[in-house]
Design a protein around this ligand. Structure first.
Ligand SMILES: Nc1ncnc2c1ncn2[C@@H]1O[C@H](COP(=O)(O)OP(=O)(O)O)[C@@H](O)[C@H]1O
Ligand SMILES: [Mg+2]
Length: 345
C-alpha cells in the first residue's frame, strides 16, 4: 500500500522542524527535529499522549502559533513547493482554509453561534474564491450534502446550537473542505464525541479523502483511531518523532519503548481486558531544559544505561519503518505475544 504513495511527490514536507516557546525566563523546547512527508491521497496519523506536541505541530503548519512566545528555531515546511515558514501573514491567509483545511476537537469553539451554518460555510468560500452570494450558498449546500447531513437545503438555515455534536463536526468538515484543499489537518476531531458518532465521523473523513483525493494529517491520542484510519503513523513523544512507519508494520512490530507503552495501555486488550488498565507510569516532561539521551527513558521499562547517554538516532527497522530506540529488539521480543501485535502479525 505504501509503495503507491512513495511514487508520488509529497503534498507536504516538514524538514527538521524545531520550535520553542519563551515565557519570561522559561523556555520550552516544544518540537525537536520533526521531519515527515505526506503524499497525495495518504492519511498520516500523529499519535502520542497529551502534551507531546501534536497540536503545536498542527499550529506550526498553519502558522497559527502565538507570535509573542513561539519561535521556529530551525527547519522548513513546504506545501507542494510553497515554503510556508517564510511566507508573509497575508499570503498565509490565502492558504489557511483554502489550500489547507483544518478541523479541531471542539466544533463549538470554531463555529460562530450567531450565524447559520450555511452562512458560515458560504463566508469561507467567499473569503477565498471570487463567487457571489448565491453561488457560495449553493456550494455550502453541496458541502452539507457531501458530509451526509440529511435535508441539507433546510439545515443551511440552522444555527450551531440546533445541531447535534456529530452534525456540528460534519459542518466543520464541510467548512474545512469547501475550498477543495490539498491537505486536511484534523486535530482530535472525534475526541469530544461519543463512540458511535466518533466512528461515523472517522468513516466520513476516510470516504471524503478517497472521493476528493486529498491528503489527511490526523492527530489523535487514540491508537484505536490510528488502526481504523491511517496508512502511515508517527509516534510523537516530548516533541520528537520516536517511531514512524506503515500502520500495519508498527502494530505488527512495535519498535520503541513508548509505542509499546501506548499499545499496552489500549483498553480492551491484554492486561487491560482483565480489568487492570496498564497506563504508562509518569508524565510527559516539561521540556524546559535540553535532554541528553532518549526523553522517554525515565518512564521506559526497557531502558538501560545507553538510553540516557546520548540521543538515540533514528534507524530503519524495515522498509519505511524507523525507530529511535536502541532497545528496539527487546521491545519487540516483549511485545510479540501481545494480543494486538499478534492480530496484526
Ligand atoms: N502557547 C504556548 N506557550 C507555551 N507552551 C505551550 C504553548 N502551547 C503549547 N505549549 C506546550 O507545548 C507542549 C506540547 O503541547 P501540545 O502540542 O498542545 O500537546 P498535544 O500533543 O496534547 O497536542 C506542551 O508542553 C505545552 O505545554
Ligand atoms: Mg492537542
Amino acid at each position: 500500500m505504501n509503495m503507491l504513495f512513495q511514487s508520488q511527490p509529497p503534498v507536504l514536507v516538514v524538514d527538521n522542524l524545531s520550535l520553542e516557546f519563551t515565557n519570561g525566563p522559561s523556555r520550552i523546547h516544544a518540537l525537536d527535529g520533526v521531519s515527515f512527508g505526506l503524499a497525495r491521497g495518504e492519511t498520516l496519523c500523529l499519535v502520542g499522549e497529551s502534551g507531546c506536541g501534536k497540536s503545536v505541530t498542527a499550529m506550526a503548519l498553519m502558522r497559527l502559533l502565538p507570535k509573542s512566545s513561539a519561535r521556529i528555531t530551525s527547519g522548513a515546511i513546504r506545501l507542494t513547493g510553497t515554503d510556508l515558514i517564510g511566507l508573509p501573514e497575508r499570503s498565509m491567509q490565502t492558504i489557511r482554509g483554502n489550500r489547507i483545511g483544518m478541523v479541531f476537537q471542539d466544533p463549538m469553539t470554531s463555529l460562530n453561534p450567531v450565524h447559520t451554518v450555511g452562512m458560515q460555510i458560504a463566508e469561507t468560500v467567499r473569503r477565498h474564491k471570487r463567487v457571489g452570494r448565491r453561488e457560495a450558498y449553493a456550494r455550502a449546500r453541496q458541502m452539507l450534502d457531501l458530509v451526509r447531513i440529511p435535508d441539507a437545503g433546510n439545515r443551511l438555515n440552522a444555527y450551531p446550537h440546533e445541531l447535534s455534536g456529530g452534525q456540528r463536526q460534519r459542518v466543520m468538515i464541510a467548512m474545512a473542505l469547501a475550498c477543495d484543499p490539498e491537505l486536511l489537518i484534523a486535530d482530535e476531531p472525534t475526541t469530544a464525541l461519543d463512540v458511535t458518532v466518533q466512528a461515523q465521523i472517522l468513516e466520513l473523513i476516510a470516504d471524503l479523502k478517497t472521493e476528493l483525493g486529498m491528503s489527511v494529517l490526523l492527530i489523535t491520542h487514540d491508537l484505536g483511531v490510528v488502526a481504523a484510519t491511517a496508512d502511515r503513523m508517527m509516534v510523537m513523544y516530548a516533541g520528537r518523532i520516536v517511531e514512524e512507519g506503515p500502520v500495519e508494520r508498527i502494530f505488527a512490530r512495535p519498535s520503541h519503548g513508548y509505542t509499546a507503552g501506548l499499545l499496552r495501555s489500549l483498553p480492551g486488550h491484554g492486561a487491560a481486558r482483565r480489568g487492570t488498565l496498564t497506563e504508562i507510569v509518569g508524565t510527559v516532561p516539561r521540556l524546559d531544559r535540553p535532554v541528553e539521551g532518549c526523553v522517554y527513558a525515565p518512564r521506559c521499562g526497557f531502558a538501560e544505561a545507553g538510553c540516557t547517554a546520548s540521543l538515540p538516532p533514528a534507524r530503519e527497522i524495515e522498509a519505511g519503518h524507523r525507530s529511535s530506540c536502541i532497545r528496539e529488539a527487546a521491545v519487540f521480543a516483549a511485545m510479540r505475544d501481545h494480543d494486538i501485535v499478534r492480530s496484526w502479525a
